[in-house]
Design a protein around this ligand. Structure first.
Ligand code: GDP
Ligand code: MG
Length: 178
């Protein structure tokens, strides 16, 4: 344990993008508080939450998570929101092809205007609604591969793959060299 502590304690700004209603706020609440509230209306609570995770190599990563309060409806405001973000999580709803198309729009937007070294994840949420699925997992996998993104399907409702999403992002962060 002789290394410089700062190299092992990372802090990153993470933003969520995607259509309204795909479950961005629910993903954040599940990750940070371990809760899912099916009755909650859009804008649940704070627009800024943080959560720290420890990786196996004893690195800790503090995610500073920016959740929109519905500003995703205003494309013009988005650059203010994702400026300086090290990580962008682009979310769609597996029951909504429209939300998948919108996710692709956000990916292009980030490729054009985000930080050049931004780490992007593509998330197909509401995976618990498999009987209503309209976006095949394979479509998400292929799109993510083409765009060098990490891909995962999650359910904020059942908690499936929520921690894995953030752990996989953490593993992909560049490590400062000491
Ligand atoms: P946001 O607008 O992207 O922040 O979406 P919200 O987090 O507010 O969620 C929108 C709606 O989708 C709410 O009614 C949630 O209860 C529901 N929801 C969110 N995540 C899931 C999920 O994983 N499964 C199911 N079945 N519903 C979800
Ligand atoms: Mg929200």
């Amino acid at each position: 344990n002789g290394g410089a502590p700062d190299a092992k304690n990372l802090r990153v700004k993470l933003v969520l993008l995607g259509d309204s209603g795909v479950g961005k706020s629910c993903i954040v609440l599940r990750f940070v508080r371990g809760q899912f509230d099916p009755t909650s209306k859009v804008t649940v609570g704070a627009s800024f939450l943080s959560q720290t995770i420890a990786l196996q190599d004893s690195t800790t990563v503090k995610f500073e998570i920016w959740d929109t309060a519905g500003q995703e409806r205003y494309a013009a405001l988005a650059p203010l929101y994702y400026r300086g973000a090290a990580v962008a999580v682009v979310v769609y709803d597996i029951t909504s092809p429209d939300s998948f198309a919108k996710a692709q729009y956000w990916v292009k937007e980030l490729q054009k205007h985000g930080s050049p070294d931004i780490i992007m994840a593509l998330v197909g949420n509401k995976a618990d609604l498999h009987e209503k699925r309209e976006v095949p997992a394979q479509d998400g996998i292929e799109y993510a591969e083409k765009n060098e993104m990490f891909f995962i399907e999650t359910s904020a409702k059942t908690a499936d793959n929520i921690n894995q999403l953030f752990e996989e992002i953490a593993k992909r962060l560049p490590r400062p060299t000491t």
